[in-house]
Design a protein around this ligand. Structure first.
Ligand SMILES: *Cc1c(COP(=O)(O)O)cnc(C)c1O
Length: 396
């Protein structure tokens, strides 16, 4: 059914509806459909195919049995807010007031939505890195903001400092970071984070930092931008239990910021979901208190999976990036004779029984040519699945 009428002008104006009134179909839907119809291994979508820690799952079951099934407080249950504050202290040395500086949200997605809607007025500029997580473009459009980008350059996928200096101006309201970075797997250098804090001060911008992969870094510890001198008072840090505890369907996320910013964001959040996930909140509090060995273990396991899939991709003839974090690796199809990764992605299920997503899905159309031959593969899958994928790719 196509819909018409003046009430859809807003969604259409924000670019969320196609001219014919349908939701424009994305390459993600197309590739997942292809994985289903061909039985290919789906390394296109970034969700884990294994359950997270039993302690966390058990705590949620217990909470439901114990009657934790009604609306939690608007900012999140005290036990979870306090676990978040303790987590910030334990891993990053940050002192956080659990009552005034923490807000539990319906996943990192709602934290991003409420933050952008709270801070961005019509015409305000929001600077992101490019490629960017697809929700950023949609949320900036909903707020009627103007989306500016600083390109990440392969093979390390770092931004050029001069370009950052050019793109952040007095019109910039928010610098929206994602570190570690989806889709490239890159981790920003400390010098880049320092520059971003400097630019935020110079132009009176707020730093919103999506750090959902904070515990999924390899070879180097995660540096939250909020730990840099001068950053905290103008930074909103966003996390996701889904990514840390392999519970993406629970949609428990949170943000940490100043009391003033938290209040402004809560003003929006109360009318988005109000609250969510009552029995999951105490379970994530249990997860955040797990010993260091758990957090080290998930990173180590994932690093081995990165190496396993990367080897298969190299054997297939791709030029492969070396992600410092996340569960994504970028493979360049140019050495295989494919200038257009979208073409390769459509053929790959038949050629190797594997599905990936072209990086061009994460960039503005006018910049797609710079990323044309790149594919994102997810390695957050069971080892035996990745072994099979690597073997099939190796036969390319
Ligand atoms: C998965 C993801 C999110 C969304 O997290 P949820 O907690 O599932 O809402 C946000 N940002 C990035 C970069 C992600 O990869």
């Amino acid at each position: 059914m196509t819909i018409s009428g003046s009430w859809q002008r807003t969604a259409r104006g924000a670019g969320l509806l196609a001219p014919d009134g349908r939701i424009a179909s994305t390459i993600f839907a197309e590739m997942s459909g292809l994985a289903q119809s061909t039985g290919a291994i789906n390394l296109g979508q970034g969700f884990p195919d294994e359950d997270g820690p039993a302690e966390v799952l058990d705590a949620a079951r217990r909470a439901i049995a114990d009657g934790v099934n009604q609306y939690p407080p608007a900012t999140g249950i005290p036990a979870l807010r306090s676990a978040i504050a303790q987590h910030q202290k334990r891993f990053y040395g940050l002192s956080v007031d659990p009552d005034r500086e923490v807000l539990v949200t319906a996943g990192a997605t709602e934290a991003l939505a409420a933050t952008i809607l709270a801070l961005v007025d019509e015409g305000d500029e929001v600077v992101t890195l490019e490629p960017f997580y697809d929700a950023y473009g949609g949320l900036i459009a909903l707020a009627r903001g103007v989306h500016k980008t600083a390109a990440l350059h392969g093979p390390e996928f770092q931004p050029d400092h001069d370009e950052l200096r050019r793109v952040v101006t007095d019109r910039t309201r928010v610098i929206l970071l994602n570190n570690p970075h989806n889709p490239t797997g890159s981790v920003l250098a400390r010098e880049t984070l320092e520059l971003i804090v400097e630019l935020a001060h110079e132009h009176d911008a707020i730093i919103v930092t999506d750090e959902v992969y904070e515990h999924l870094t390899f070879e180097q510890p995660h540096i939250p931008v909020a730990t840099l001198p001068g950053a905290r008072e103008r930074t909103v840090t966003i996390s996701s239990a889904g990514k840390t505890f392999s519970t993406t369907g629970w949609k428990i996320g949170w943000l940490v910021s100043t009391p003033e910013l938290v209040t402004a964001i809560l003003a929006v959040k109360q009318f988005l979901t109000y609250v969510n996930g009552a029995p999951f909140q105490p379970a994530i509090a249990v997860g955040l208190a797990l010993p260091d060995s758990f957090f080290e273990g998930i990173a180590r396991t994932l690093q081995a999976k990165r190496d396993l899939l990367s080897q298969g991709l190299v054997k297939a003839g791709f030029q492969v990036s070396r992600p410092g974090g996340t569960y994504f690796v970028v493979a360049d199809a140019a050495p295989l004779g494919y200038a257009d990764a979208a073409t390769l992605c459509r053929e790959l299920p038949a050629l190797a029984g594997v599905v990936g997503v072209p990086i061009s899905a994460f960039v503005h159309e006018e910049h797609a040519h710079s990323y044309a031959s790149l594919v994102r593969f997810a390695f957050c899958k069971k080892t035996e699945v990745l072994e099979r994928a690597a073997a099939q790719l190796g036969g390319l």
